[in-house]
Design a protein around this ligand. Structure first.
Ligand SMILES: [Zn+2]
Ligand SMILES: [Zn+2]
Ligand SMILES: [Zn+2]
Length: 203
């Protein structure tokens, strides 16, 4: 699976986290290739070619294969066809995961399947909400704040206008500042269209 993630310090690829640039690899007398240092969750550091991270070919220092595991296209640890995080949760529950339920990784590392890192979500909507709240918390320190669609700043929902009439879900914006800017944009768009209609002979 090809992954579209930047190769910068801190980016995770499976069990590997990029640390920084490494000495280039001289693959032939005339050709050198970029390499990066990565740190595996098991503590081993190594050098890899960025393309192997992007292609998903390299996702551990080799410790995964040794343990008989692979990583699924979605980034989850797998043993044969069984997903490890589902197994861990079902072992803790003592029964199968209820239908529709999903498992969330608290620190958003999908290969960290410690009990304390797994949260059972009753459904997909709850799972999406958890991600939304985590993103808000990381961005501004308040899990319950929401983002203004116009200025992209997080704020207390009390200071924002909530519009549920929009097809692609709920949108929020600041009153009165961003609301005024949004209204002005809409007026300008309308003017532009009517000028265009005039130009081609419509009233
Ligand atoms: Zn390792
Ligand atoms: Zn999740
Ligand atoms: Zn705003």
């Amino acid at each position: 699976m090809a992954v579209r993630k930047p190769i910068i310090p801190g980016t995770r690829f499976g069990r590997l986290v990029v640390q920084g640039a490494a000495p280039p690899l001289k693959s032939s007398p005339s050709r050198t290739r970029l390499q990066v240092y990565v740190l595996c969750d098991c503590g081993t550091s190594k050098m890899v070619l960025p393309e192997n991270l992007k292609s998903g070919n390299t996702n551990s220092c080799g410790c995964l294969a040794k343990a008989g595991r692979t990583i699924s296209p979605q980034g989850y640890l797998r043993e044969g066809r069984k997903l490890e995080h589902i197994e861990v949760v079902e072992r803790a529950l003592g029964k199968r995961l209820p239908k529709g339920a999903q498992v969330h990784h608290w620190n958003e590392n999908r290969t960290d399947n410690r009990n304390s890192n797994l949260v059972i979500c009753p459904n997909r909507a709850y799972h999406i909400l958890l991600h939304y709240r985590t993103k808000a918390y990381d961005a501004c320190g308040h899990a319950d704040w929401v983002k203004c669609t116009f200025c992209k700043r997080y704020d207390d929902p009390k200071n924002l206008h909530k519009n549920e009439q929009i097809r692609s879900g709920v949108r929020y914006w600041h009153v009165p500042l961003c609301a005024a800017a949004i209204a002005m944009q809409a007026r300008q768009r309308k003017k532009k269209t009517s000028r265009k209609l005039d130009a081609i002979g419509f009233q």
